[in-house]
Design a protein around this ligand. Structure first.
Ligand SMILES: [Mn+2]
Length: 357
């Protein structure tokens, strides 16, 4: 598993910057980890006297507002791009690819020589650091990266930056209560509330440090995992009712059409977490939720257990992610049923050759 950079390296890079204009870019469709790590890192940078902007692709889920309520988010538009001031540094958070920026890819093309700093925990496709840096979007600029797929969440990594700052330059940077809330929310999001296999001893240690800010954990758990409307629960019940199983009974899936959502007065936000819930059924090694986003876009969530590496299946269709949680996006005039058929066929094939551990 390739890792690039480390805490000490990125800490020194950040501390060495002259005060400057920084634009922070989390991945498209922000989740608790992207929002929590971006909010806390932005405050870290502001304490170092930088001028920082966070630019997102779309409005985040309102339920997650408690994570970033102390930060200003700008939703990207072409008007914004036209009057945007040239940044001195661009930061990728919780992803390491221009493909995860969606519309904001235009920022990278417009500022083709501005340095990029990356903090991420997703698996790296490239075999070596040299190969990684060779990607077209990184040409003609400096790239500073700390990418560690062994970390549970980028929020865990940003917490480490704060803890290192407290230990070394405590008078300049402090970890505030709202930073701890953002970071715990990020870790809770990516570990399913410290339940997934990415929850390491180190992750527990970081959480214990963040909990010292006197936080009641239910204030984080409730908005992320609870707080569901009856309408949403009923919609999810229909998905469970009609989900399909493969012959071996270890793969479960459901295709959500736009018609289904409209008939049940549902939104894409209602589907957050549903794939993980499907995976929790006994004997299920892989759960897939196919989501018809528009006529030209179908998105697939994949969740698995230790018997199957979902990222291998995702990468086969140009998707990506982690071994237990991955995603695929199909663009172009795609037929939901055709996509379901071909992804499930491949999943069944891989399931046969995948060694279990
Ligand atoms: Mn993450």
């Amino acid at each position: 598993m390739l890792k690039i950079g480390n805490l000490d390296y990125i800490f020194d890079v950040l501390l060495g910057l002259e005060p400057q204009h920084i634009v922070v870019l989390p991945h498209v469709r922000t989740d608790p980890d992207a929002l929590g790590s971006v909010a806390a890192l932005t405050d870290f940078l502001k304490q170092l006297k930088h001028k920082v902007e966070i630019v997102v692709d779309e409005e985040p889920n309102k339920k997650l507002e408690f994570i970033y309520e102390h930060s200003a988010l700008t939703v990207f538009s072409d008007e914004y791009l036209a009057k945007m001031k040239t940044p001195d540094l661009l930061i990728f958070i919780d992803h390491h690819s221009i493909n995860r920026l969606n519309h904001r890819e235009k920022i990278i093309h417009k500022y083709s020589q501005v340095d990029i700093l990356i903090i991420d925990h997703h698996l790296i496709e490239a075999k070596t650091k040299a190969e990684f840096i060779q990607q077209a979007e990184f040409a003609n600029r400096n790239v500073y990266a700390w990418i560690d797929p062994a970390r549970s969440a980028v929020s865990e990594m940003i917490a480490e930056l704060f803890l290192k700052a407290q230990a070394t330059i405590g008078e300049t940077i402090s970890l505030k209560r709202n930073n701890s809330i953002s970071l715990l929310a990020g870790i809770y999001g990516d570990t399913g509330g410290l339940r997934f296999s990415n929850t390491s001893a180190h992750c527990f240690y970081i959480c214990s440090q963040l909990m010292r800010s006197d936080i009641s954990i239910d204030k984080i758990v409730e908005p992320i995992f609870g707080n569901k409307s009856l309408r949403q629960i009923r919609l999810v019940a229909k998905i469970f009712e009609d989900a399909s199983l493969n012959e071996a009974g270890n793969i479960i899936w459901y295709g959500v059409t736009q018609k289904f959502l409209a008939e049940n007065h549902g939104t894409q936000d209602d589907l957050e977490g549903v794939c993980s819930d499907l995976r929790e059924i006994e004997n299920i090694d892989l759960a897939l939720l196919f989501r018809e986003i528009s006529e030209n876009e179908i998105r697939v969530n994949l969740r698995s257990n230790e018997n199957f590496d979902a990222s291998i299946l995702a990468r086969h269709f140009d998707g990506g992610g982690h071994a237990r949680a991955s995603g695929i996006t199909f663009r172009g005039n795609a037929d939901l049923q055709e996509i379901i058929t071909k992804v499930i066929k491949k999943a069944n094939e891989l399931m046969k050759v995948e060694p279990t551990n």
